[in-house]
Write a protein that binds this ligand. Structure first.
Ligand SMILES: C[S@@+](CC[C@H](N)C(=O)[O-])C[C@H]1O[C@@H](n2cnc3c(N)ncnc32)[C@H](O)[C@@H]1O
Length: 274
């Protein structure tokens, strides 16, 4: 049988095309693709090349440029983003929330944000943490916002269906309490949790149609893809979005510049607004 699709091995990503992708992505969403990442970009773009049915990278980039709807550019952004995540990732953060932040939520309308939520494991873990602590802390209501730039990954988050592999990070008693087996070895998040979370597409480097007053913002393992200047600006914008005394959690390989006096370090990769 003959295939009309270009064979992966035969396509070369020319430096000119690699540089063009780097610039397009950086200008649009701050993701800084390092020099030397040609193989990664190449393999990710191959998904679109096969889908669109063009014969070369330059032809594909011309197609992106000529698509006045902008849809193919967004599909390019979808494949370029790295969406790796898991439930209870960096669990120390959730223990910190349980012990130090939950008691402060007593009687309150909780407003938390996962910025760069990927497929939703972070928002679901936030919701489970809130539900597990409800008896002692008696918060009044909850709004968890999950935002990401990738349309595709947000579809997964909204569906709330996870593989048994993903569920290995969820303790068994919590799996029984908050998920339902739906066949194919997959698990769906229960409605009680889904009602607590709103998902939306948001580019962190553009304007945010959001109101401030968040108690907790998690932006973990997102800034690692940005350059220092973009990180610095983003941290200042998170500061504006937090209520006084609110908390910002970042990834363990990320940091807040040491000359930033707006935040106090409270735990590894966890900061409180002054
Ligand atoms: C590696 S995941 C991290 C997921 C989760 N926060 C965690 O720590 O497990 C990074 C996410 O950031 C998103 N992202 C990257 N650049 C973004 C931007 N400019 N605006 C919004 N989301 C972005 C990606 O689409 C991806 O889903």
């Amino acid at each position: 049988m003959f295939s009309t699709h270009p064979s992966p091995a035969s396509l070369k990503l020319q430096d000119e095309d690699f540089q063009k992708v780097r610039k397009m992505i950086h200008d649009y969403c701050g993701i800084f693709i390092q020099e030397g990442k040609e193989a990664l970009v190449r393999s990710r773009l191959m998904k679109r090349i096969r889908r669109v049915g063009v014969q070369s990278f330059s032809e594909y980039l011309e197609y992106v440029d000529s698509d006045s709807s902008g849809q193919e550019f967004l599909a390019l952004v979808d494949v370029i983003t790295t969406n790796k995540t898991n439930f209870f990732r960096e669990v120390g953060h959730f223990n910190y929330i349980k012990n130090n932040i939950m008691p402060k939520m007593k009687g309150r309308d909780v407003k938390w944000w996962s910025a760069g939520c990927s497929s939703g494991e972070e928002t679901v873990t936030m919701a489970i943490t809130l539900l597990e602590g409800k008896q002692e802390t008696a918060w009044r209501s909850v709004k968890i916002l999950g935002t990401d730039i990738s349309r595709e990954i947000l579809q997964t988050a909204k569906a709330g269906v996870y593989s048994s592999q993903k569920m290995m990070d969820v303790p068994e008693h919590l799996e029984k309490k908050y998920f339902t087996k739906v066949g194919n070895g997959e698990y769906k998040v229960n409605d009680e949790i889904r009602r607590m979370i709103t998902y939306g597409r948001l580019n962190l480097t553009e304007k945010w149609p959001l109101k401030d007053g968040f108690h907790v913002i998690m932006c973990r393992n997102v800034m690692i893809y940005f350059n220092r200047e973009t990180q610095r600006k983003l941290i200042n914008r998170f500061y504006e979005m937090l209520e006084p005394g609110g908390y910002l959690f970042i990834g363990h390989s990320e940091s807040i510049p040491s000359d930033n006096n707006n935040f106090v370090y409270v735990a590894p990769a966890a900061y409180q607004k002054r």
